[in-house]
Design a protein around this ligand. Sequence first.
Ligand SMILES: [Zn+2]
Length: 312
Amino acid sequence: MRLSRESVRRSNAESHRIAPISVTNACASGRKPARGLGEAVSEQEDANEELRLATPRAHLRAMDIDFSDDEITRYSRNILLAEVGGSGQAQLKAARVLVVGAGGLGSPLLLYLAAAGVGTLGIVDDDAVDLSNLQRQVVHTTARVGISKVASAAAAVTAINPEVAVELHEVRLTEANVAGLVAGYDIVCDGSDNFTTRFLLNDACVAAGRTLVSAAVLRFDGQLSTFKPGGPCYRCLYPVPPPDGLVPTCGEAGILGAVTGVMGSLQAAEVLKEILGIGEGLSGRLLIWDALTTRFRTVTLARDPDCACGHG
Ligand SMILES: [Zn+2]
């Protein structure tokens, strides 16, 4: 039996309650974006949105937040979101985020956090830009091969948003310096490429009560989770580092550059959600992405009663 276009459309979209997402000229010009199928928006919400679009500065002043005209223009697409608004933008501006690793994950992470207006970004990396990095580490450039990664990443951050304060930590994370670094920031992001750093960071974040948003990639696979005080930590998932050589590095096994781009971007979205306190975070859940089959899944993580995170 040949299906009609109408029945196929109903089968594809309506039966699964999928609404279209449209990034059109209306969205690009700042007018109200197209609404999805079946989305119920009350008249009052519409009126509030029209007011916000019409008078963004008045809206911000009413909330006693002082942004320059340029900042309002720069962050207007954030401020238009009811979940962000002027107060959320101020929260982003006040936030201090530490990014460990200015590599494949750190590249989109730093760029999106900077673009979103996170006020202070700390960058930890002791490496220099190498030609073999550029296949995925898009925060760096061919012209900056040979210079330190923190300096190169800072140049990219400042180029996209000069309002962001960048703090450079050109060091390797060690037992001696990790606590001091973590203490200076509200949220910590793990975009490192080795287990020593991952375990050091986890233990320091547990001890200091900091939220750790942790992403990892290898070949065509990505993992992402958020470890918060009171929830499971990285050691609840992996109690001890694997023996040397058991898990290959990206340098040994390869990595598709776009996989780091996706995972670092997802990591940035989770960091922004944590700062804003919106949505459902990844504490207690691990997101797993298989790029070859284009499948995402999340598994539940429980706190390990024997883990040190429960005995602080
Ligand atoms: Zn734990």
